[in-house]
Design a protein around this ligand. Structure first.
Ligand SMILES: O=C([O-])CC(=O)C(=O)O
Ligand SMILES: [Mg+2]
Length: 591
C-alpha cells in the first residue's frame, strides 16, 4: 500500500463489480472497494457487494430509485422498489426541494443526517453541489444546536464512542469499526464545543460534521474518515440531569486518569492504523488542547484545528485584507479578545509570518500583537499568574481592564474576537476601531452565531460601511447606505480539508508550522479581484474543491521540502495530483 493515490484511485475506479460477486443476501464483504487490500487492488473483481434488501439498506451502495432496470434484475431488487427509475440529479433536485421546505434549521440537519445514513453518495452529491447552502446545515452554526440536543435527536451512532468504560480495551474498540483503511480521525472530548462549552459525549456532532467536510470539501473517501468522541464525563450539570443524555453520568475525569486514557487512545491509533493516519484534535478545552498537541506532535501525525486550522485561515484573511487596506503585515498592529486556543494560535502564526518576512526573531515580532482575556489586557505585571500559553504575550504596559480601553490604548489596525463570548464587540468598540482606522479589519470568530462578537450588520453599520469584516459563523449579505456588503466566513473549514488532503497524498508523518503557512498562502492566493471588489477576503465556498486542491498541493510541497513526506516519488504537478485523488460522489454502476 505504498501509494494513497493508487489506493484512492483504485478505490474509486472499482466502478463495476463482477457478477460472481453478487451474492444474494449480501453476506460477503460489502465495503470491499474502500477497504481495498494490495491483493484487491490487483484483482478488484474479487470484491463483492450486498444485494436485494440488504443493498437498499446499505448506505455505502444504496442508490434508491436510481438503480437501473439491469441492476434491479442483477441484484435481486425487483419488487423492492417502485417502478420509476430516477437519475441522481433528479433525486438531488427532489431532496433540495424538500430540505428547503423545513423552516427549522435542526430539521434540515436531521434530514441530512438521515440521508447520510441512507444513501451516502447522494448525501455527498448534495453537499458538493450546494456547498454554500448546506454548509450551515451540516456544520456551523446548526451543528452546535444539534450537539446541544444530541441526546434527544439521537437515532443511530455515527462514529466511535470511547469512554472510561473502555479503558484497557481501546485497541479492541478500534477494531470494532467496520472500515480498516482509516486516513483521518477527528477526535473530541466534548469539553469546549464551539463557543457552547462542555457538551460531553454529545460533542460527537462535531467530528461527524468535520469529517463530512473532509469528504465534501477535501475529497477524502468517506470510508477513510473516522469520527471519535472520548467520553471522560461532563461537568455540564444540565446534561447530567437530562434523562436523554447519551454519555457517562459523571464529572469529568482529570489528571492521570485523563492523560492515561488519552495515551492509550493515541497508542492504539498508531498501532492499528500506522503512523500516517492523521489525528485532528477538535474542541478540547484549552488546558488539554495545548498539552495534547505538544505531547503527540513529535510522535504522531496530529493537528489541532482550533489552534492551527483557525490560525491558518485567519492569517490568510489578514494577508488578503492587506490588498484592500494597504500596508504590509509587519506594519499592522493586532489586538485579540480571547487568549485561548484560537487567539494564541492565530497570534503565534502571525508572529511567525512577520518573523519570516522581516528576518526578525519571533520574540520581537510578538510585540506587535496584544491579547485581552477575561481579566483585561495581558501585560507583564500579570506574567506570574498566567497560563503558560499566554506568557509569550505579556508585554510591557500598564494594566487595562476593559476591551474598549485596550482598543484606545493599543490603537490596533486589526481586531480579532476569539473568546467564545458573544456580543463583546459593542458599538463603542467598533466605533473606536473606525475612528482609529480608515478601514478597520474586524474579525468576529466565535461560534456559533449566538457567540459571535458582533453581527455583520453591526460591524458595517457602526463603522459606517468601512470595516473589512469576516466571522467564524456565516452571516448573510448586508445592505447599508444603498450598498451591499458581503461578509466572509473566517472558518477553519477553508483549511482543514485541504491541509488533510495534502498530508495524506504526500504521506506526511508530521505536521509542521510551515505547512500552516503554506496552506494560508494557498488560500489567500485563491481570492480573486472580483472577490476583493465585493470587500471579500476569502474566496466563495462554491469553489472549495479547487481551493482545497491548491491548499493540498502547497502543503504536500512543503512536506516534501521538509523531508517528512513518505510517498515517493513526488508527483510533478501536485495540484492536478490532489484533484485526481478526490472522491467523487457520483453513483457507480453495478454489473
Ligand atoms: O467548528 C467551527 O465552525 C470552527 C471551530 O473549529 C470552532 O469554532 O471550534
Ligand atoms: Mg473547533
Amino acid at each position: 500500500m505504498e501509494s494513497t493515490f493508487k489506493e484512492m484511485r483504485d478505490g474509486e475506479s472499482v466502478l463495476d463489480l463482477s457478477p460472481k460477486a453478487n451474492v444474494a443476501g449480501g453476506v460477503e464483504d460489502v465495503y470491499g472497494e474502500d477497504r481495498a487490500t494490495e491483493d484487491q487492488l490487483v484483482t478488484p473483481w474479487t470484491i463483492s457487494i450486498a444485494s436485494g434488501y440488504s443493498l437498499l439498506r446499505d448506505p455505502h451502495h444504496n442508490k434508491g430509485l436510481a438503480f437501473t432496470e439491469k441492476e434491479r434484475d442483477a441484484h435481486y431488487l425487483r419488487g423492492l422498489l417502485p417502478p420509476a427509475v430516477a437519475t441522481q440529479e433528479l433525486q438531488e433536485k427532489k431532496l433540495m426541494e424538500s430540505l428547503r421546505k423545513y423552516e427549522v434549521p435542526l430539521q434540515r440537519y436531521m434530514a441530512m443526517m438521515d440521508l447520510q445514513e441512507r444513501n451516502e453518495r447522494l448525501f455527498y452529491k448534495l453537499l458538493v453541489d450546494n456547498v454554500e447552502e448546506l454548509l450551515p446545515v451540516v456544520y456551523t452554526p446548526t451543528v452546535g444546536e444539534a450537539c446541544q440536543k444530541y441526546g434527544s435527536i439521537f437515532r443511530r451512532p455515527q462514529g466511535l464512542y470511547i469512554s472510561l468504560k473502555e479503558k484497557g480495551k481501546i485497541l479492541e474498540v478500534l477494531k470494532n469499526w467496520p472500515e480498516k483503511s482509516i486516513q483521518v480521525i477527528v477526535v473530541t472530548d466534548g469539553e469546549r464545543i464551539l463557543g457552547l462549552g462542555d457538551l460531553g459525549c454529545q460533542g460527537m456532532g462535531i467530528p461527524v460534521g468535520k469529517l463530512a467536510l473532509y469528504t465534501a470539501l477535501g475529497g477524502l473517501r468517506p470510508s477513510s474518515c473516522l469520527p471519535i468522541t472520548i467520553d471522560v464525563g461532563t461537568n455540564n450539570e444540565q446534561l447530567l440531569q437530562n434523562e436523554f443524555y447519551i454519555g457517562l453520568r459523571q464529572k469529568r475525569a482529570t489528571g492521570k486518569e485523563y492523560t492515561d486514557l488519552l495515551h492509550e487512545f493515541m497508542c492504539a491509533v498508531k498501532q492499528n492504523y500506522g503512523e500516517k493516519v492523521l489525528v485532528q484534535f477538535e474542541d478540547f478545552a484549552n488546558h488539554n488542547a495545548f498539552e495534547l498537541l505538544a505531547k503527540y506532535g513529535t510522535s504522531h501525525l496530529v493537528f489541532n484545528d482550533d489552534i492551527q486550522g483557525t490560525a491558518s485561515v485567519v492569517l490568510s484573511g489578514v494577508v488578503a485584507a492587506l490588498k484592500l487596506v494597504g500596508g504590509t503585515l509587519p506594519e499592522h498592529k493586532f489586538l485579540f479578545l480571547g487568549a485561548g486556543e484560537a487567539g494564541t494560535g492565530i497570534a503565534e502564526l502571525i508572529a511567525l509570518e512577520i518573523s519570516k518576512q522581516t528576518k526578525t526573531p519571533v520574540e520581537e515580532t510578538r510585540k506587535k500583537i496584544w491579547l485581552v482575556d477575561s481579566k483585561g489586557l495581558i501585560v507583564s505585571s500579570r506574567k506570574e499568574s498566567l497560563q503558560h500559553f499566554k506568557k509569550p504575550w505579556a508585554h510591557e504596559h500598564e494594566p487595562v481592564k476593559e476591551l474598549i480601553d485596550a482598543v484606545k490604548a493599543i490603537k490596533p489596525t486589526v481586531l480579532i474576537g476569539s473568546s467564545g463570548v458573544g456580543k463583546t464587540f459593542t458599538k463603542e468598540v467598533v466605533e473606536a476601531m473606525a475612528s482609529i482606522n480608515e478601514k478597520p479589519i474586524i474579525l468576529a470568530l466565535s461560534n456559533p452565531t449566538s457567540q459571535s462578537e458582533c453581527t455583520a450588520e453591526e460591524a458595517y453599520k457602526w463603522s459606517e460601511g468601512r470595516a473589512i469584516f469576516a466571522s467564524g459563523s456565516p452571516f448573510d449579505p448586508v445592505e447599508y447606505n444603498g450598498k451591499i456588503f458581503v461578509p466572509g466566513q473566517a472558518n477553519n473549514a477553508y483549511i482543514f480539508p485541504g491541509l488533510g488532503l495534502g498530508l495524506i497524498i504526500s504521506g506526511a508523518i508530521r505536521v509542521h508550522d510551515d505547512m500552516l503557512l503554506a496552506a494560508s498562502e494557498a488560500l489567500a492566493g485563491q481570492v480573486s479581484q472580483e472577490n476583493f471588489d465585493k470587500g471579500l477576503i476569502y474566496p466563495p465556498f462554491s469553489n472549495i474543491r479547487k481551493i482545497s486542491a491548491h491548499i493540498a498541493a502547497n502543503v504536500a510541497a512543503k512536506a516534501y521540502e521538509l523531508g517528512v513526506a513518505t510517498r515517493l516519488p513526488r508527483p510533478e504537478n501536485l495540484v492536478k495530483h490532489a484533484e485526481s485523488c478526490m472522491y467523487s460522489p457520483i453513483y457507480r454502476n453495478y454489473r
